[in-house]
Ligand binder design. Structure first.
Ligand code: C2E
Ligand code: CA
Ligand code: CA
Length: 708
């Protein structure tokens, strides 16, 4: 069945209107709409979204006519409708104007009916049959028109819009040449022609973007269509390394302009994940809202920075042993007038993409310097503050000078500003980042590796990295209560950091149990809600002042030695022999020793034990220690009497690292303890590094596997 053609006749002169209408009066395939003014014509367009052509008679509305042309041709929705103008012969100037504003054609008064009829029908046909010369598919405007008609004709059928994109098309063109690119597009067009056929509409929107609109009866036609086409393209896809992506929009509001429906389908493309995920996605309002908010943030960011909508909060960092504040981290906040307080997780990634992060970070650094200078001026207690340095900041050639200038401007020692760089920043081009970070360290800034454990940086590389402190990722805290493994990894990280001369900060510490565990395993500092949420600058200043009123306890960290013997005197003489460069823990038997280890494992670097003891002897203690992952790495020295050769051998077999025979010489004992400690540290470090690297590699592989 042939569709009805809809013509809107606009004329202020009644007799002209009547004459033009007469042309199609008895022809059912034409439907006529009429409007006697610009305003009415616009209303008619708004109410009838299937107008195929507008005939505009200029009589009495010369100026209005031009204005109408202008607004109609400008507005995306109606721009595709051809307009033919009727003008008085001799009014060349007006005709030229009308053509310049987008009129398709003109006829002169007095009207020749046959001529109007011919011009109108050819304009309609031209428009309906506008095809893309390469693929012979309809162009965007025709596709919109046809789809509009399709939807109107079948009000009871649900339709779905699909937007196809050839991922990697530019590369195909660059690599294999335009001809190959063209052949892919032609192939795709052919498939749409075959697969969509008469049941729907299809067209080429632009370049490698195709659209189609098909009925959904079962609800899975779109997926079927996509897979079918993708499958048939397989040979080409593999040969030229491209992929077909598809965004899908189930049409709900049919009054929406078709172009907008296409936009929604196109929008859904944004939800298609990486190279391993699925290649089609449905439009959903949430993505659209997120996108809208993101665009909003990008539009507002510079103005917001000037207006002072960004501000800094400080989260204090506490010493694990003294439980007093020893530092803080600066965290940025955005108080957006309409979006409310926006979390940095949301805007930082956006700003890293568009580069604005640099301006923002510089602002944060300066705010921190101002505060430090103020505290220093007031003579209150002062702790170093760490700021976040994004990967993007590092790429700025003068970043070290920027920081140095700030320190000079505010007369601050560099030790007061620490720099946090997240582990994942090292993932891409690690050598390059190491080089950039080293420059900062050479200038005297202390560096922290943030979120350690969230990425997969090789631990062997850690040795080469210019880092002073590891900040242990929060995820370990979350897993601590449920996973023994998380605890073990934590222990290894802290120990390894110590051996590499790095200190450790645990992040996201929320409970007393977590704090105690961390203290036991030797973690140095604690950040998290257990001690404090991020504070406003005023609150932080108050905290520092209060801190100033308290006395400092000044802990010195010595290596711990656990001495086990049932004879108190013998324990004392061992401690006397080793001198006061260690801190000591004591136990009278194996059982007590295990208790001490439970509580202070992190602080104990070596165990020296007697063999013969009540309750639990030395052998049993060694066995128990080797079974417990928290202390299995702590080296053990056994003390024996000279006649106990068999015991010595047994202890060494169980895993003791050395033997001291009574009576001993203090100098020799000291040296032996030192040697054992050193040996065990090196051995442990090497073993642990290769073990953890392997584990991480495996984790990474299994993650990749799951993504697939
Ligand atoms: P981050 O550097 O790892 O910062 C720690 C985040 O953990 C902060 O979130 C902090 O409020 C939160 N947090 C602290 N203690 C706890 C706790 O006990 N439990 C839980 N669940 N969370 C805790 P925030 O402020 O939302 O910052 C998120 C991220 O945004 C930061 O992670 C950092 O990567 C980035 N960021 C924040 N400020 C800046 C900045 O000024 N510049 C740059 N480049 N990045 C920033
Ligand atoms: Ca941080
Ligand atoms: Ca962190």
């Amino acid at each position: 069945m042939k569709d009805q053609r809809v013509i809107l006749i606009v004329s202020a002169a009644e007799e002209n209107m009547a004459a033009v209408k007469k042309i199609w009066e008895d022809e059912p395939e034409y439907k006529l709409l009429q409007a006697s003014s610009q305003v009415k014509a616009k209303a008619a367009l708004a109410m009838n979204n299937d107008v195929d052509l507008i005939f505009l008679d200029s009589t009495g509305m010369e100026e209005d006519g031009i204005a109408f042309l202008k607004s109609t041709k400008k507005k995306g929705e109606y721009a595709h409708i051809p307009i033919i103008v009727g003008a008085q012969s001799g009014s060349n100037e007006w005709i030229e104007k009308a053509l310049a504003e987008g009129a398709e054609d003109f006829v002169l008064r007095p009207y020749n009916m046959g001529l109007i009829r011919k011009r109108v029908s050819s304009a309609i046909n031209r428009n309906l049959h506008d095809r893309d010369p390469l693929t012979n598919l309809y162009t965007a405007t025709v596709f919109y028109n046809q789809t509009k008609r399709l939807l109107l004709k079948n009000p009871d059928i649900t339709y779905t819009m699909l937007y196809f994109n050839v991922k990697g098309f530019t590369l195909v063109n660059d690599f294999y040449g335009g001809e190959v690119g063209d052949s892919i597009l032609k192939e795709l067009a052919e498939m749409l022609r075959e697969d969509v056929g008469k049941r729907g509409t299809y067209g080429r929107i632009i370049a490698d973007n195709f659209v189609c609109c098909i009925p959904s009866v079962n609800g899975d036609e779109e997926v079927f269509l996509y897979h079918h086409i993708e499958d048939r393209l397989k040979t080409l896809r593999q040969k030229y390394h491209f992929n077909l992506e598809c965004g899908i929009y189930r049409i709900e509001d049919r009054r929406m302009p078709v172009a907008k429906m296409c936009d929604r389908a196109k929008f859904a493309l944004m939800d298609i994940k990486g190279s391993t995920g699925k290649r089609y996605a449905y439009y959903n309002t949430k993505t659209a809202e997120t996108y809208r908010d993101e665009q909003r943030m990008i539009a507002d960011m510079e103005w917001s920075l000037k207006e002072g909508q960004f501000f800094v909060m400080l989260q204090p960092i506490y010493d694990a042993v003294t439980e007093r504040p020893v530092g803080a981290e600066a965290l940025v906040r955005w108080k957006h007038p309409e979006l409310g307080v926006v979390r940095p997780d949301i805007f930082i990634p956006l700003f890293e993409k568009n580069g604005f992060i640099r301006q923002l970070d510089w602002y944060v650094w300066e705010e921190v310097c101002k505060l430090l200078a103020r505290l220093l001026g007031k003579g209150s207690t002062i702790c170093p503050i760490s700021v976040n340095v994004s990967r993007i900041d590092l790429y700025h050639p003068g970043v070290e000078s920027v920081l140095e200038c700030l320190m000079e401007k505010y007369h601050l020692p560099k030790s007061l500003l620490k720099l946090e760089i997240t582990e994942t920043a090292y993932t891409e081009k690690p050598q390059e980042i190491i080089r950039l970070v080293s420059k900062l360290r050479e200038r005297g800034f202390e560096l922290l590796m943030d979120d350690f454990g969230s990425g997969y940086s090789s631990l062997n590389m850690l040795k080469e990295m210019p880092i002073d402190t590891l900040k242990i990722d929060m995820k370990f805290m979350e897993e601590l209560s449920t996973s023994q493994r998380a605890g073990n990894i934590l222990i290894s990280i802290v120990r390894m950091a110590k051996l590499l001369n790095m200190s450790t900060v645990a992040e996201g510490v929320e409970t007393r149990e977590q704090l105690e565990f961390l203290r036991n395993v030797g973690c140095d500092r604690i950040q998290g809600y257990y001690f404090s949420k991020p504070l406003t600058l005023d609150e932080y200043e108050a905290l520092m002042e209060e801190e100033g009123r308290r006395e400092n306890s000044g802990v010195i960290h010595k290596k711990g030695v656990l001495v086990i013997d049932d004879v108190r005197m013998l324990r004392k003489s061992m401690m006397g022999a080793l001198g006061d460069s260690y801190c000591y823990f004591e136990a009278a038997n194996g059982k007590e020793a295990l208790q001490v280890l439970q509580e202070h494992a992190g602080a104990i670097s070596i165990v020296i034990t007697d063999i013969m003891m009540p309750e639990m002897d030395g052998f049993e203690l060694i066995e128990a220690m080797k079974k417990n992952s928290v202390f299995s790495h702590i080296p053990i020295i056994v003390i024996t009497a000279s006649e106990e050769r068999e015991s010595e051998i047994k202890a060494l077999k169980l895993g003791a690292m050395d033997v001291i025979t009574k009576p001993y010489d203090p100098v020799i004992v000291s040296q032996r303890v030192k040697n054992v400690m050193q040996l065990s540290e090196t051995e442990w470090l090497q073993m642990e590094m290769s073990l953890m690297d392997r584990e991480r590699r495996e984790a990474m592989l299994s993650n990749r596997h799951q993504e697939k």
